[in-house]
Design a protein around this ligand. Structure first.
Ligand code: G3H
Ligand code: 13P
Ligand code: ZN
Length: 311
């Protein structure tokens, strides 16, 4: 099976009351860890690439790694641009074999966001590629842009119909309380997502796929392991996975996870070197790191997304 768009995936996810995981990829071990997990659990998959990942690993290397994963697993996999900042990067990814792109116009005002998103949709649809837009701003760090808590804002449900109709997007990312990165909330806080906003968006856009960014939960055991083995990460927590599970049962069809994979991988590498300070063969420390990613993704597929067996 070749790479797929998100169209069919989201239709099935919406009807089936689950979400598809969109995991960020930056190198071979990450691609392998994620796709081995999805293959074992027969889960559909979105592998997403940020501008930073393209700069780090190169567009061709990443697309070829993902194509290799399709050959190895036979899974329906969409290759998606995460947080496309302008028309040019979206066009470059569409021309370069991606099957889905996000145009993130959330930092612009409403009319500018519509104009930019519409331009990307026209080009993408002419090339058989699906498009994700965004309304509302998440707090946290994304691609070197830091959005403070004060600048973040929930999606206004009054705007979603007009945005979707005028732009023609295939899915919409909304801000309902999740945030990017590993420093989301302080321990003791009680982070929740605004299910009421999600339900109102769903009422205005029946059957339309919604996307949640910033959905890592910052599992405490990994932060503890990192700090136990020489790290210095501040204590932080994310939205509980049970909350995300509820969203996945509603209109949310795509859930973005990156930071939790980074935590799992980093904890594994630190733990490895604490036990084997004399080792220097990358295969030795990257094998358990790849397995740590695989275990994290299996857990997300079963306990958060509910997409096991849906490929
Ligand atoms: O939302 C951002 C993603 O976690 C990608 O992060 O821009 O550091 O690759 P990155
Ligand atoms: P996290 O930082 O919570 O993993 O979010 C990732 C994301 O939204 C990528 O677009
Ligand atoms: Zn994001």
């Amino acid at each position: 099976m070749p790479l797929v768009t998100t169209k069919e995936m989201f239709k099935k996810a919406y009807e089936g009351g689950y979400a598809v995981g969109a995991f960020n990829v930056n190198n071979m071990e990450i691609v392998q860890g994620i796709t081995e997990a999805a293959a074992e659990l027969k889960a559909p998959l979105i592998l997403q690439v940020s501008a930073g990942a393209r700069k780090y690993a190169n567009h061709t290397y990443l697309t070829k790694l993902v194509e290799a994963a399709v050959i190895e697993t036979g899974l329906p996999i969409a290759l998606h641009l995460d947080h496309g900042a302008d028309f040019e990067i979206c066009k470059s990814c569409i021309d370069g074999g991606f099957t889905s792109v996000m145009i993130d116009g959330s930092h612009y005002d409403f009319e500018e966001n519509i104009a930019l998103t519409k331009k990307v949709v026209e080009y993408a649809h002419a090339h058989g590629v699906t498009v994700e837009g965004e309304l509302g701003k998440l707090a946290g760090v994304e691609d070197d842009v830091n959005v403070s808590d004060e600048d973040s804002c929930y999606t206004n449900p009054d705007e979603v119909e007009e945005f979707v109709t005028k732009t023609g997007v295939d899915s919409l990312a909304i801000a309902i309380g999740t945030s990017h990165g590993a420093y989301k909330f302080k321990p003791g806080q009680d982070p929740k997502i605004r299910i009421d906003i999600l339900e109102e968006v769903e009422r205005r856009l029946p059957g339309f796929p919604i996307v949640l960014h910033g959905a890592s939960s910052v599992p405490q055991e990994f932060v503890k392991l990192i700090n136990q083995y020489g790290g210095n990460m501040p204590d932080a927590i994310g939205i509980p996975e049970s909350e995300l599970r509820k969203a996945a049962q509603k209109a949310v069809c795509k859930i973005n996870i990156d930071s939790d994979l980074r935590l799992a991988m980093t904890a594994s590498v630190r733990e490895y070197f604490a036990a084997h300070p004399d080792h220097f063969d990358p295969r030795q420390y990257l094998s358990p790191a790849r397995s740590a990613i695989k275990e994290m993704v299996k857990h997300k597929i079963v306990d958060v997304l509910g997409c096991d067996g849906k490929a």
